[in-house]
Design a protein around this ligand. Structure first.
Ligand code: 13P
Length: 251
């Protein structure tokens, strides 16, 4: 049985003070060993504050991106080694906003994924189709390409230490959640792609759904057999709605 996981992606929505308050509230609420793993992906500059707050708790700290290089002359970049110095256990890789607004492509995403693996940080590999791809019936093709590049560069065994996030681009921040059936169909496809390399790894891989998840939509999504939790944007900015979503996971 896969352990469920819910991860907040705060994006660029929080101030330093509000991030501290929100994280303390989350840590206090999940101080018991929770029924699911709970993670928070914070903006880089708040990571030292957040590291202090999560220390000794079961809340996992994550970043929203990392460099595709180990070190060197890459002004403005943050490496996996730097993140691991602050105790980051998770990192989003290839989030749709990085791919479509900042030009990250399958190859650079795979390089970032590999850096995370090399430094012992669990990458949350984000995949998902655009509205155009969905309307043209190219959802599976787009996702297969996103997965294949990573598999060919990092190897299938790396997925024992990774998480996959399915985030349809049209559902992110739009208020339009994928239906539970639509999401399940793609999650099952992702698992089958991994299973074609290793059924064992596919069975244990956690695949999270992201895209306008709300306390109301979470129970139905999380009840699906291949949906192992969620990646939460706007609804994670409020303690109560985030915790309600955490409580909606399968146990
Ligand atoms: P929303 O929940 O705001 O749609 O964001 C989802 C997301 O991008 C999580 O990574």
């Amino acid at each position: 049985m896969r352990r469920s996981m819910v991860v907040a992606n705060w994006k660029m929505y929080v101030s330093r003070a509000s991030a501290r308050v929100l994280l303390r509230e989350i840590v206090d609420a999940v101080s018991e060993p929770p029924s699911c793993e709970v993670g928070v992906c914070a903006p880089y500059v708040y990571i030292p504050d957040c590291a202090e707050i999560v220390q000794g708790t079961c809340v996992l700290l994550g970043a929203q991106n990392l460099s595709d290089h180990k070190d060197g002359p890459y002004t403005g970049e943050i490496s996996a080694a730097m993140l691991s110095e602050f105790g980051c256990r998770l990192v989003l890789v290839g989030h749709a906003e990085r791919r479509y607004l900042y030009g990250e492509n399958n190859l650079s995403v795979a390089a970032r994924y590999l850096k995370a693996i090399e430094y012992g940080i669990a990458p949350i590999l984000c995949v998902g189709e655009t509205l155009e791809q969905r309307e043209q019936g190219r959802t599976f093709q787009a996702i297969a390409e996103q997965l294949d590049t990573v598999i060919s560069i990092a190897g299938i065994d790396s997925f024992t230490r990774a998480v996959v996030g399915y985030e349809p681009v049209w559902a992110i921040g739009s208020g339009q959640t994928a239906s539970a059936e639509q999401a399940q169909e793609v999650h099952a496809f992702i698992r089958s792609q991994i299973a074609s390399h290793s059924p064992r790894i596919a069975e244990s891989l956690r695949i999270l759904y992201g895209g306008s998840v709300k306390p109301k939509s979470a129970p139905e999504l999380f009840a699906m057999p291949d949906i192992d939790g969620g990646l939460i944007g706007v609804a994670a900015l409020n303690k109560q709605s985030f915790l309600e979503i955490c409580n909606a996971v399968k146990v």
